[in-house]
Design a protein. Structure first.
Length: 280
């Protein structure tokens, strides 16, 4: 636009004698409180919306939405904030420690009443860390990368109460109930197919890893834990209600949901029978 002495030329080359009027920003433009069901876990957070009403900012980390004129770039996938990386490490470490407590006690007893509990925990810690990284961490990062691949802001959020519950249940009753955190993403402006793909990414990763490690556990019996945890985590997240992945997948495609559940149930039972037969 070129300004003249008493007017201006618009984008099409027409001359106007009056100065250009300032256009009001479209509704929803600028920082707005999050009113998105997929963002419920963000506390006192704000998100920036573009001119189409789509969220583009999470904790000052910009993600440009995918449009017809622009494809997602590799650098847009896998972006992490420093706080997010710390929360992922904390959640993974705590969950691995809780697993080690349960494995160290064995038989459903409490690690508190087991002789030399520290030694047992240290012995179980390597396989616990490996099982946690290849199940929980891989599951959550798959959600994040798939959401970012489709231009949706996504970030891992730590659940402090879940951390406390995981350690308490593992130490006191010898049973692990863990919700240490999860990846939350904005589905605003996204269709059911996109949201379903993001939801399916986590269980699908668990299925793939479980199938990879299943034949290996016959050679390395300790890998049974990796297989069992992957299919258990996948099955738990496939529950078709609330904020679980299963509901997102079911709304997208019931056929895909049934197919994934069939694989999970069969492989879970096979890994369970393997444990019972070999007494692992």
């Amino acid at each position: 636009m070129w300004m003249g002495p008493d007017g201006y030329y618009d984008e099409e080359g027409y001359y106007h004698r009056s100065p250009p009027r300032a256009r009001a920003p479209p509704p929803g433009y600028g920082p707005q409180p999050i009113q998105d069901p997929y963002y419920n876990q963000y506390r006192n957070s704000q998100v920036q919306y573009d001119q189409y009403g789509r969220p583009v900012v999470v904790r000052r980390r910009y993600i440009t939405p995918v449009t017809e004129r622009r494809r997602i770039k590799a650098r847009d996938v896998g972006m992490f904030t420093a706080r997010e990386v710390l929360e992922i490490i904390v959640a993974t470490a705590v969950l691995a420690l809780a697993f080690a407590m349960v494995l160290g006690a064995s038989g459903g007893s409490s690690i508190i009443f087991v002789p030399d509990p520290l030694k047992l925990i240290l012995q179980a810690l390597p396989i616990s860390i490996f099982a946690t990284v290849t199940s929980f961490t891989a599951h959550e990062l798959s959600h994040k990368f798939m959401a970012q691949r489709h231009g949706l802001p996504a970030e891992f959020v730590l659940n402090p109460m879940g951390i406390v519950v995981a350690l308490a249940t593992a130490a006191i009753i010898g049973f692990l109930f863990a919700l240490p955190g999860a990846v939350v993403f904005s589905g605003a402006g996204a269709d059911e197919k996109t949201v379903g793909k993001v939801g399916a990414a986590g269980p699908a990763m668990n299925i793939v890893l479980g199938l990879i490690f299943f034949p290996l556990m016959f050679l390395f019996p300790a890998l049974w834990l990796v297989v069992f945890v992957n299919f258990f985590l996948a099955g738990f997240n496939m529950l078709p209600f609330g904020q679980f992945d299963g509901l997102k997948i079911w709304r997208w495609s019931s056929a895909i949901y049934v197919g994934m559940m069939a694989i999970i149930v069969v492989m879970f039972l096979l890994s369970w029978f393997h444990m019972q037969i070999f007494g692992i």
